[in-house]
Design a protein around this ligand. Structure first.
Ligand SMILES: [Zn+2]
Length: 210
């Protein structure tokens, strides 16, 4: 698919970036991430898996209470292009309903599992009025546990106004991610960056296509 359907960064004038965390909520790692952001009054976006939300609604509550954003990441994390259009729609719709039920509001953005999407996915995502969100630091591959230093160094190369960073707080041992995020958050705050949600970041541009 062409990159025009997915947003990896925002042409922001402000010194601001968005951290995103996929595949939670997780009872160990999500609270650790929340603590890091609480200490610096930063905000983040969590692309939660619908069925994980049902397993840990109390963590979903904590995330919402601390004014972070929750985005749609499907109900069961499938490869969407391997599903029929109807099944793909069901995956997104189910999660849309769970988010609304648990948080009281609809999600504004969507991230496809494995960044696997096609024209059908794009049209369904548009029907739900979601923006599809990518990231600038795919080469950090935090999900492969490549070492804290690798995650930090690769992500650091992409620090600029409007960057969207990808990390994971679920589906595996995420202790390397937590340590890398702790380091990056401190550096960014020291450099004067605001840590905002993806939806907030999209407000930081006059480009109306966002
Ligand atoms: Zn995922």
């Amino acid at each position: 698919m062409s990159n025009t359907n997915i947003i990896h960064e925002i042409p922001a004038k402000q010194k601001a970036v968005a951290f995103t965390f996929d595949d939670g909520p997780h009872p160990i790692y999500t609270p650790q991430i929340l603590e890091i952001f609480k200490e610096v009054s930063g905000k983040a976006t969590f692309y939660m898996i619908g069925k994980h939300m049902l397993e840990h609604p109390e963590i979903v509550n904590n995330v919402v209470e601390q004014s972070h954003e929750i985005g749609n990441h499907t109900y069961s994390h499938p490869f969407l292009t391997k599903l029929s259009k109807d099944d793909c729609k069901e995956e997104i719709k189910e999660s849309d309903s769970i988010i609304k039920k648990l948080t009281g509001q609809r999600a504004a953005t969507f991230r496809p599992p494995y960044f696997d999407f096609n024209e059908d996915t794009v049209s369904i995502v548009q029907d739900f009025s979601y923006k599809m969100i990518g990231a600038v630091n795919m080469d950090a591959v935090d999900w492969e546990q490549p070492g804290v230093n690798h995650i930090v160094t690769k992500s650091r190369n992409h620090i600029r106004n409007g960057s969207i960073f990808l990390f994971h707080d679920g589906l595996g041992d995420r202790s390397q991610t937590v340590e890398a995020v702790r380091i990056l958050v401190k550096e960014l705050v020291d450099e004067g960056y605001q840590l905002v949600t993806v939806s907030e970041l999209m407000q930081f541009t006059e480009n109306k296509s966002y």
